[in-house]
Design a protein around this ligand. Structure first.
Ligand SMILES: [Zn+2]
Length: 128
């Protein structure tokens, strides 16, 4: 992760070289129009800012990334539609015949038909 910081050396170096070259570079630049020097300086400054942003930006630590991920997972679980099965151990559906709670690992057909583990009767979770 720390390697990404060294990428900042490239824009930082470009900006620094451009800035120095424009004002102290000698032959190619000393005859350049004043506006060109100002313009170039701002471009150089932009490179310097981008470069220093990479070099000195506060990167999230490994632990922070993990907590951010688990936070995201919590939010996703919280946004499940109501009535959907949660991780509490049962699917929340009850057998229409005996009232036994359906296990979360029970096989439910695409139409919602399921066999009760308790009494063996078939029922439909959409009708109950
Ligand atoms: Zn039953």
């Amino acid at each position: 992760m720390q390697f990404i910081r060294f990428v900042g050396i490239v824009p930082f170096g470009v900006g620094l070289t451009l800035l120095c070259g424009l004002w102290f570079g000698g032959t190619p630049f000393d005859r350049a129009p004043f506006f060109f020097k100002i313009m170039g300086s701002f471009v150089a400054l932009m490179f310097l800012f981008v470069g220093s942003g990479f070099l000195f930006a506060k990167m999230p630590a490994q632990g922070q990334l993990h907590s951010m991920l688990s936070e995201l997972k919590k939010q996703q679980q919280g946004h499940q539609p109501e009535g959907m099965p949660s991780d509490t151990g049962s699917a929340g559906y009850q057998c229409t015949a005996c009232g036994a709670t359906l296990e979360s690992n029970a096989d439910v057909s695409p139409h919602g038909d399921v066999k009760c583990e308790h009494c063996g009767r078939w029922f439909n979770i959409h009708k109950s």
